[in-house]
Design a protein around this ligand. Structure first.
Ligand code: ADP
Ligand code: MG
Length: 349
């Protein structure tokens, strides 16, 4: 995984405190006790981050490797289909046709947009894939020296954000943005979906004990030779250090959103990459949100939603969503956990 990965798949550590950060080669095998039981790991740069697949197996390593490569290939397919950087992707075509006409998209894209719209509703607009209208305005942060957008620039872009205005027609399988300048961005849900697709590829090949991770989103299945998989939670202010460790005793997806991977400081203020559609500005209140749920696309989207809502309102959303738990670190580094996580998280002193 990339250095200081948001959620480190520290499950590979056999004992003691797992060490975060990039470990070893692009592909590594680890023997774990007797009888040929091992964890086989493969990594690839995909969707702008490091994807990592770890399989616990007592069988032939070559078979595990083949499944891992197939899973990574499946993620590469998602990347090609959803990338905003490719003109022919569904997202690019819908954006190019904003204010002009509905665009036919794949069932995969359509379902992700439907899920996204539902999460927008549930989070009162905190999560919103049409946030992307704000992206050009915040590019000013990349100027040298970084510049802050003006209130007028932000307000003009904010008027173009609104998931309710996204028209989805399942019968026609089309998506339509009714105003020029509106735009979709699947950055907060696409990687989770990629992880889900990678996990499905493993299951299709009869692999049952694994972790698929990419950019802080993971799917965990089975065990590591009978022991629950353990995950490290990155400390949001101490690079390369863990805040705690999460033990997963069943099949789960986990997603983390944080303000510490991508940000620019201007005048001592941290401007990070998660925007609050209600203000048009980087959200305030959370430093990181780690959320568990039934699948990674949902967990990814909800982690972003909770991050934007802030610790109090965010935890209320978690509590009223069945099958979902969260650990929230606020900007003062106070940690709160939903009831279902207590006993499964060990915080580092
Ligand atoms: P990361 O991508 O760092 O793992 P997230 O899953 O929270 O973290 O996704 C952040 C990305 O989501 C941003 O880079 C941006 O593309 C997109 N995004 C930012 N704000 C919002 C928002 N309010 N709703 C939906 N997507 C957002
Ligand atoms: Mg997300």
């Amino acid at each position: 995984m990339r250095p200081g990965a948001i959620l480190v798949a520290a499950a590979l550590a056999t004992a003691g405190c797992p060490s975060p950060g990039p470990a070893g080669d692009a592909a590594a095998g680890e023997h774990d006790g007797a009888g040929g039981a091992r964890v086989v790991t493969g990594r690839r740069q995909l969707m702008g981050t490091d994807f990592e697949v770890s399989v616990a197996t007592a069988g032939p390593e070559a078979r595990a490797r083949e499944a891992i490569e197939a899973a990574l290939d499946a993620v590469a397919g998602v990347e090609r289909r959803l990338s905003p950087h490719l003109d022919e992707s569904d997202v690019s075509r819908v954006n190019a046709a904003a204010g002009a006409e509905p665009v036919r998209v794949s069932e995969e894209t359509f379902s992700l947009l439907e899920l996204s719209q539902q999460i927008s509703e549930r989070s009162a607009g905190a999560f919103d894939v049409t946030f992307a209208a704000l992206v050009p305005v915040w590019r000013a942060l990349r100027d040298q020296p970084p510049r802050l957008p003006t209130d007028q620039e932000i307000d003009a872009a904010r008027a173009l954000v609104g998931s309710r205005r996204l028209v989805l027609d399942r019968a026609a399988m089309t998506a339509y943005l009714p105003e020029r300048g509106m735009a979709l961005g699947l950055g907060a849900v696409g990687k989770g979906h990629g992880v889900d697709v990678g996990a499905e590829a493993l299951i299709d090949r009869g692999v049952h004990d694994f972790i698929v991770g990419g950019g802080g989103d993971l799917v965990v299945r089975g065990t590591k030779h009978g022991t629950p998989w353990r995950l490290g939670i990155q400390h949001p202010r101490r690079r390369g250090e863990l805040l705690g460790e999460l033990t997963l005793d069943r099949d789960q997806a986990v997603a983390t959103s944080g303000d510490y991977e991508r940000f620019v400081e201007v005048g001592g203020v941290r401007y990070h990459h998660i925007l609050d559609p209600r203000t048009g500005r980087p959200s305030q209140g959370c430093a990181s949100v780690t959320l568990t749920g039934p699948d990674a696309a949902l967990a990814d989207a909800l982690a972003t939603a909770v991050f934007v809502l802030g610790p109090a309102e965010g935890m209320r959303l978690v509590e009223r969503t069945p099958g979902v738990e969260a650990l929230i670190v606020d900007e003062q580094l106070r940690v709160t956990m939903s009831a279902g996580l207590r006993g499964r998280v060990r915080l580092v002193e």
